[in-house]
Ligand binder design. Structure first.
Ligand code: PMP
Length: 289
């Protein structure tokens, strides 16, 4: 279902009540729209399950603290609210679940947020998952910031214009997505997800170094593959390692595990490790509910 404004079916909890559609949250003086103090997380409801919802709720609270905001809900309260919101959609709806915090006011020195003015909202909306038919990647000329140059320990809205310009630049050259490196030129992640490769029977992924979002799906997939007896190595990787990989796949909340089917001019097939990771994730999601 799509609203007159073109939004898919959407429900938002804010200021003690549920609102249908694209609920207005901010005013002209809200700190978040002026100075970028918003944090968010993204979880999923699909096929009647919401895997790792508690971890996504815990992360939005950690992101708030990293941005000097004051978390307003416990993980249990967030999870309970998501449960309420789900009931407003069909039981089999595919939803994006986005908890958010932001500062309403600046503190006395104008620049930093006033933590006492922290507000929160939870928005749920229908959003299909991407089909696992593969996508293409290239090397981005843009880099991830270091911990000294941006609040990379938070999943903060202010980090995303850099990823958006990287994705747009890749798309201008005919690719769907791109590998972003850190300041030292080591592979960090894709513009919107984490990246894995397989070579000679083992799986490799960049080791978290504080410059990129070491995602919840990434951590889950590593654990599932290891439990299944697959060797998964977190290490320093260069773009060339991916160019020479047997297979490449991505992980992220939005579409879970997807195959990369082209890097630069080289075509790739969805491989056995990708297939195993995706199947293990689906088993996990349905086992845990
Ligand atoms: N990196 C970036 C930049 C992202 O936006 C996401 C999506 N949240 C990820 C990685 C994957 O993280 P997760 O598995 O926690 O969704």
């Amino acid at each position: 279902m799509t609203s007159a404004q073109g939004w898919s079916a959407t429900w938002t909890f804010c200021d003690g009540a549920w609102h249908e559609g694209n609920a207005p949250l901010w005013g002209a003086r809200t700190h978040a729209i002026w100075l970028g103090s918003s944090v968010f997380d993204g979880a999923r409801v699909f096929e009647g399950v919401a895997p790792d919802l508690d971890l996504h709720c815990a992360r939005v609270n950690a992101s708030a603290q990293a941005m000097s905001l004051r978390p307003r809900l416990s993980v249990e309260e967030w999870v309970g609210l998501v449960g309420e919101g789900r009931k407003r959609f069909a039981a089999n709806a595919t939803l994006y679940v986005r908890p958010m915090y932001w500062a309403e006011r600046a503190g006395p020195m104008a620049l930093p947020p006033d933590p006492d003015s922290t507000r929160f909202a939870l928005t749920l909306y229908e959003a299909p998952m991407r089909k696992p038919d593969g996508f293409s990647i290239t090397l981005s000329p843009f880099r991830r910031p270091t911990a000294e140059t941006a609040p990379v320990e938070a999943k903060a809205g202010c980090l995303y214009p850099n990823n958006a310009r990287a994705m747009l630049e890749a798309q201008s050259r005919g690719f769907d997505n791109c590998i972003m490196c850190d300041a030292a030129g080591n592979v960090a992640e894709l513009a919107n997800s984490n990246i894995f490769m397989a070579r000679d029977g083992a799986v490799f992924t960049p080791i978290p170094n504080g410059t990129f979002l070491a995602g919840i799906t990434r951590r889950r997939v590593i654990a599932l593959l290891r439990e299944a007896g697959v060797e998964v190595v977190e290490t320093v990787l260069r773009y060339q390692d991916f160019e020479n990989a047997d297979e490449i796949f991505s992980t992220g909340n939005a579409s879970k595990v997807l195959p990369v089917t082209r890097i630069g001019e080289r075509a790739l097939q969805p491989g056995p490790f990708y297939r195993k990771a995706r199947a293990l994730y689906w088993d996990f999601a349905h086992a845990k509910g």
